[in-house]
Design a protein around this ligand. Sequence first.
Ligand SMILES: *Cc1c(COP(=O)(O)O)cnc(C)c1O
Length: 365
Amino acid sequence: MSGVNRFLRPDIARMGAYTPIEPVEVLGQGYGYGISPEKLVKLDGNENPYGCSPRVREALASYPYYHIYPDPEQRELRRLVSEYAGASWESIVLGAGSDELIDLVLRLTIEPGDKVINCPPTFGMYPFCTEVCGGKVVTVKRDKDFNIQLAKVKAAIDRDTKVIFVTSPNNPTANLTSVEDILELVKSDIVVVVDEAYYEFSGLTVVPLVSRYENLIVLRSFSKWAGLAGLRVGYGIMSPELVRYIIKIKQPYNINVAAQVAVRQSLIDLDYMKDTIRRLIEERERLLVKLAGLGFLKPYPSQSNFILCSVADGRARKLHEGLRRKGIFIRYFDAPLLQNCLRISVGKPEHTDALIKALKELWEG
Ligand SMILES: *Cc1c(COP(=O)(O)O)cnc(C)c1O
């Protein structure tokens, strides 16, 4: 064996990489169109285009203790998030993004060869983290309407199955999973992780059920609604016993002090943040009507801050590339059940207008 491979875990050497989205500086330069970051229309990351609360910026500028390590037990934040989420502080733990919690939950539960059920099309982080942890991904596809196929999931569960991920609203399909379906999965004695990264745009949650089921974990994020994607903060709600184990295995200082300041101010400025959420939900409905009105796109209904569309004539890739050349960035998919699909994050009204204009030009041109 040549190079460094002889030192590596063979499964890691073989596994595929996660495809992340790129930051604006890279998008602007990378394609050589000389578009400055402020001019880009970035609708590919489901980020909040209004940004974080202005209070966050002010508090970060004047914070005096960047030289001091943060609290490894996250006491203040767990208390604040507890009030926001309506769960006891003992049942809450924060991660560097909910991505870190996906990894921690799997590290806590998966031994090499253990199985994790993944229901695509969905968020790519679940199979990625499963493989890094040496687990085996068991794929049970969603149906044509992107609902989880309960009977097939149950049939796939065996002695080695430890965890299933349920994303609600799902990414990239933007539909919910019903509480009844989640309860049905909770009855199987495996860990059910409900990823509610987009909860604030749907209003539907299973958080009140966590105190009743020790195998139910809810993950949430400050990245999407609170405009803090760049600071990396998410949280999990689960049985206090599981929280203690997560705290036991996590990096002690996983939530940096800047993130702590930002969360504190975002929750103080909740009315402001709720206003941006309301604007995004309104804009989602306007965008949906405009996309459907084009005639060559089929947008799916959305309970989230993005819209999935399939494209007539198999031209999704062309549209995606054409938009990119105009400085408009969206996501293109070509996976099973997502053939010829685009995912568009909801932006400001001017972003919708620029997108619709560009789509018309590209379709006619
Ligand atoms: C964006 C996203 C996350 C990641 O959130 P972070 O808190 O930024 O790590 C988790 N789950 C889903 C479904 C997402 O779309």
